[in-house]
Write a new protein. Structure first.
Length: 188
């Protein structure tokens, strides 16, 4: 008697509209549907969607560090260069600091060179000041290494300023990527 009573009770539930459902042919299927419909509220729908929305948002955020490169991928450590020119642009961007100089050769032709250096946070720690240390119009002498592809692009190691004679580090030694902790490179 007790078992048949529990079986009958299991088939009785509330429908989504709140009415009593006792469909013995549908059995527990109708009961489950009614309970699930009653359990899904706008609040639970938000909670179900929230992790997916957060995931999509995180994946859509650009992360510059993913595209970071090694020294050897871009520059040739066997091709040191020293150039003197006039600064045309300075970019304090992550993950690297970039500056451009116009270099005039012996024939009077002007070529614009792009140099890469330390991240801005490292430059600040070693004495550089944004909008003060290097400005467009400054004459500088840059020591560094040329790009592997032969374009007017280089990795700077240090910069000497004509306005005060000060020499500041601007990038790590060739190929170390250690933030300047390796011993200085001797160039012949």
């Amino acid at each position: 008697m007790e078992g048949s009573r529990l079986s009958a009770l299991a088939r009785v539930s509330l429908s989504a509209e709140g009415t009593c459902v006792d469909d013995r042919r549908a059995g527990l299927v109708e009961t489950r549907r009614a309970l699930n419909a009653a359990a899904v509220t706008p609040r639970t729908r938000q909670h179900r969607c929230l992790p997916g929305l957060i995931g999509i948002l995180l994946l859509s955020i650009p992360i510059p560090i993913v595209a970071h490169h090694s020294f050897g991928a871009e520059y040739d450590g066997t091709k040191p260069i020293t150039l003197t020119g006039v600064v045309t642009m300075v970019q304090w961007t992550n993950p690297h600091f970039y500056f451009f100089i116009d270099v005039t050769d012996a024939g009077g032709a002007v070529a614009n060179w792009k140099f890469e250096g330390y991240p801005p946070t490292v430059l600040n720690r070693i004495g550089w000041k944004k909008n003060e240390t290097m400005l467009p119009g400054d004459t500088v002498t840059v020591f560094g290494w040329r790009a592997r592809d032969g374009t007017n692009w280089g990795h700077s190691r240090n910069v000497t300023f004509a306005k005060n004679g000060k020499k500041l580090e601007s990038g790590p030694p060739a190929g170390t990527g250690d933030g300047g902790n390796a011993p200085p490179v001797t160039v012949q």
